[in-house]
Design a protein around this ligand. Structure first.
Ligand code: SDX
Length: 392
């Protein structure tokens, strides 16, 4: 359209492909994000990952009994089939954890093919529990695989987040000590990632699910969509960007000039958004907690100061103001994940664990809607008109 000056309407093309959903509301201009009507600020402050997961999936906040039963059911599903653990040994230790995660979810589905029928509500419920319980375990095994350490078994006496942290940072040589600062900080970050309306990975989950594919297949596809550096992979790319600036000795101002000149396609990773043309409310919440979390963990990371300097310069620069580019959820999260002890390549895996309840909620909403038809994005044909094959 930019080149031809023609609009979609000139081609007789009206895009009616909009998605109706009652799950999450975003106002990109006002920087508003609400899960089932509750402002993200209030949920991040007062709720937990599992309570918000219930809210997103079932539509209302759970009672204490409902939440307790939900937590209990998830704990009962944390074990992976012993054969599935051998799946990891077929992969190189250098495998990116996001590739491990998406392929392990597909492999997981092979153990449950007789209980994953999208048309069977009991199967949908069971698959929901299995994914919520097992994805963190698979993620932790991907992490352990990459560092050459033994896999631990889940400890169902621990909370969801503590179980996950122990699977990542515990080892067979010594008892794992729960760190409440770490648990609270990670639970809050997971809440901030739980849903975000029709982003690329959620749209992928809905599109794959609309074909009748089961929830495992749809989630595996969503993980692959999230992997991209323009989407969930940005949190990993931000840390790489900050480390490159630090290692190069280049001034932040000089780096920002290179971004503005679009040198070698360099972007300010963690900035910009398809919807937010104002400050991403999640980025504000992450930034607010970054100082406290690093101080609580006794970590002093110059990359946090570098990120703040980068943000300051960018927010005052007309190039970014004119394009309404602000920090998004990925800009500060990596510094916190690094302080927690996660390797950079695990950052997007943490995003996937956070986003899982939203993916499930959207898949179930789509799957339950009798009006759902198979997804078929429309195209704007810009190719050649009819022509005859040459006579030979
Ligand atoms: C997530 O959709 C969601 O909700 C996603 C997400 C979720 O929770 O699911 O919020 C998670 O994916 C957040 C985004 C993470 N990605 C990044 O941080 C990667 C860096 N950001 C950019 O690649 C970009 O901002 C996108 C991909 C996020 C948005 O791309 P758009 O829509 O093409 O950006 P735009 O149309 O607003 O760009 C307008 C201008 C362009 O310049 P001009 O051609 O007008 O000169 O701004 C420029 C872009 O080149 N621009 C950037 C930039 N982002 C846009 N320039 C430098 N650095 C950037 N980050």
């Amino acid at each position: 359209t930019k080149q031809s000056g023609l609009t979609a309407l000139d081609y007789g093309f009206v895009n009616t492909a909009s998605t109706r959903s009652a799950i999450t509301y975003i106002d990109g201009n006002e920087g508003i994000l609400r899960y089932r009507g509750y402002p993200i600020e209030q949920l991040a402050q007062n709720s937990t990952y599992l309570e918000v997961a219930w809210l997103l999936i079932y539509g209302e906040l759970p009672t204490a009994d409902e939440l307790g039963a939900f937590d209990e059911r998830i704990r009962r599903h944390t074990l992976l089939h012993e054969d599935l653990k051998r799946f990891f040994s077929a992969l190189p230790h250098t495998a990116h954890p996001m590739s491990v995660l998406s392929s392990a979810v597909s492999a997981l589905s092979t153990y449950y093919e007789d209980t994953s029928d999208p048309e069977n509500p009991d199967h949908v419920e069971m698959t929901t529990m299995r994914l919520l319980a097992k994805l963190p375990v698979i993620a932790a095994y991907a992490h352990k695989k990459s560092v050459g350490q033994a896999f631990l078994y889940p400890d169902n006496s621990l909370s969801f987040v503590d179980n996950f942290l122990r699977l990542n940072f515990g080892n067979l040589a010594e008892p794992y000590e729960i760190d409440p600062t770490l648990s609270k900080a990670l639970d809050r970050l997971l809440i901030l990632h739980e849903d975000h309306e029709q982003n690329a990975s959620t749209s992928t989950v809905r599109l794959v699910g609309s074909t009748g594919a089961n929830l495992y297949a749809s989630i595996s596809a969503g993980i692959n969509a999230l992997y991209g550096p323009l989407h969930g992979g940005a949190n990993e790319a931000v840390l790489q960007m900050l480390a490159r600036i630090q290692d190069s000795g280049e001034s932040v101002a000089k780096f920002v000039e290179r971004v503005k000149n679009k040198e070698d396609g360099v972007k300010l990773m963690g900035f910009g958004h398809r919807v937010y043309k104002n400050y991403d409310p999640r980025a504000k919440l992450v930034k607010e907690s970054a100082d406290a979390v690093l101080a609580g963990l006794g970590v002093n990371d110059p990359l946090l100061d570098l990120a703040k300097e980068l943000e300051q310069i960018a927010l005052e620069d007309d190039y970014f103001k004119e394009r309404r580019l602000y920090p998004n959820v990925d800009f500060y999260t990596g510094v916190i994940y690094k302080a927690m002890g996660f390797p950079t390549r695990m950052f997007t895996v943490l995003f996937a664990i956070g986003r899982l309840p939203g993916w499930i909620a959207h898949w179930r909403e789509m799957n339950a809607d009798p009006a759902t038809k198979i997804g078929r994005p429309q195209q704007l044909y810009t190719g050649a008109g009819e022509r005859q094959f040459p006579q030979r």
